[in-house]
Design a protein around this ligand. Sequence first.
Ligand code: 8Y7
Length: 400
Amino acid sequence: MTARLIEINDLSLAAKEILALGCDPVGVKLMAAKAVSRVIKLKNVRPVAANIIKQEMLSFGGEAATAYGAISHSVKATDLLIFGTLKQLKLLINKLRLHQFGLPKIANEIETCFNNYDRIPAPIKIGPKTFDFGRRTYIMGILNVTPDSFSDGGKFFDPQAALERAWLMIEAGADIIDVGGESTRPGAATVPAREELRRVLPVIKALARDRGAVISIDTRKAAVARAAIAAGADMVNDVSGLRYDGAMAKVIVKHKAPVCLMHMRGTPKTMQRNPVYADLMGEVIEGLAESIAIAENAGILLEKIIVDPGLGFGKTVVNNLDILKNLRELKALGRPILIGPSRKSMIGQALGLPPAERVEGTAAAAAVSIMNGAHILRVHDVREIFRVARLTDAIVRRRQ
Ligand code: 8Y7
């Protein structure tokens, strides 16, 4: 007899394992929620609320850790880690609803986080195509119609060259073509909307005529998004997460377009000037939640929003690696996750290779991203990453 640890990370897997023992189905229902443990982090909780949560969790046989000063109320707020099985946490949620001090709201937050964590985001229709995120990982091919992008700058600046590149990516399995006319590489200056449009419109128009793939417009500017959608673009990829141009959200609402909201610290010009995070994933998620709030306040439907942690945008190489490792935490937002690791600097650093030789590194990052919950990969090397995604899907998405 050899003891082993088995990995059970959700209720359905717990139920399956217990049932396989020949356990009574009623027993399965009672026990499964005790097989899965979670740690929840809450930020900025008042000591009075934190102390109640700690008491309640202790009473259920769980635990909650706070700052030392929370007990004596010598701090104004504390972050909180709550440890427990799903069973204990469910008891906590129900109990918090009976308290004051903002605890019912905290109960809702925890419940929403749980539900989002265990669910696959609902399918989204983007242009003519339905993206069913339980089925497979989708590929967004990068089309830079710019003279200065870091890994393929200038190669596809000519509309004809750009189109040929797009067709090759579609043939190789791209579901979406992301057309961009402004480089957002670190230190890059902004390009006037007029120039951005001069670059992307001919390409979008030609792609829209044939409809081989969904067309995404990569821009931070409302005027560019508006004209691109009129020319046939199906969605907007806004690296500023609606923070660069106050008119962007309205354009998206008006056209009922899906949008990818990316997290960025600062602007492309300033973002790499010594980025520091006290709590990287917490701050990225908070920033994305704020972008979602901007979107919803403007009238964009939550169902149309995709989120992206923004690898390389105001992050160090180590930050980027940490985001890949902990990407799953973004599931708390309940939205499809897009990620763009392609040929980026963390790969260059780890392997000591220039952008053109980072395809294997991109493949590793892609596989890890899928394992950790990504739904869409934004890449240059579509043929290679399409294959990586097929195999990774066969491993991790089979059950769904
Ligand atoms: C990303 C992006 C870039 C990314 C999303 C590059 C436009 C730098 N990176 N958009 N754009 N996510 N959504 O390497 O990671 O392509 S530009």
